[in-house]
Design a protein around this ligand. Structure first.
Ligand SMILES: [Zn+2]
Length: 148
């Protein structure tokens, strides 16, 4: 299952990626048509109320916490805890592990010394380490998932 978030739901897209879900963030309607044509099943989260394709789900909430609660019943069957933090938040690409030695010089020194495990996005080259993804929301994410 592929998830698509419209331009109003950028934060939601990032959170779905944290959970490992394949999530496309679109900026306009033409992108949606391009992505969904001939593709497999998808679920389109949107703030639009009109002219939405089949498979669209209107998101009522404006705040990310409530948005996550809204989508949880839909996304929970697709969540695989083994895929948490395995996807680039910016571009949705699956991350790859990198040796610490390869990272030296590419991240701030205090980060380099404080962390042992690093991942890199092969597409946009962004480097991730423990904490980057969670943005201090770890506790909240855990509590959200506990009920599912
Ligand atoms: Zn990336």
């Amino acid at each position: 299952m592929r998830f698509i978030c419209d331009v109003m739901l950028g934060r939601l897209a990032r959170y779905l990626r944290i959970l490992g879900l394949d999530t496309v963030y679109i900026k306009n309607y033409q992108e949606l048509i391009n992505i969904t044509q001939g593709a497999g099943p998808f679920c389109f989260f949107t703030k639009r109320t009109k002219n939405t394709p089949e498979g669209s789900i209107f998101i009522k909430a404006d705040r990310i916490k409530e948005q996550m609660e809204e989508v949880m019943p839909i996304i929970s069957p697709y969540i695989d805890k083994g895929l948490f933090l395995c996807r680039c938040l910016d571009c949705n690409t699956m991350l790859v592990d990198r040796e610490k030695s390869e990272i030296e010089g590419h991240v701030p020194e205090f980060i380099y010394h404080r962390h042992d495990r690093f991942k890199v996005c092969p597409s946009c080259k962004k480097i991730y380490w423990g904490g980057t993804h969670l943005e201090h929301m770890e506790t909240w994410i855990k509590s959200l998932l506990k009920d599912w």
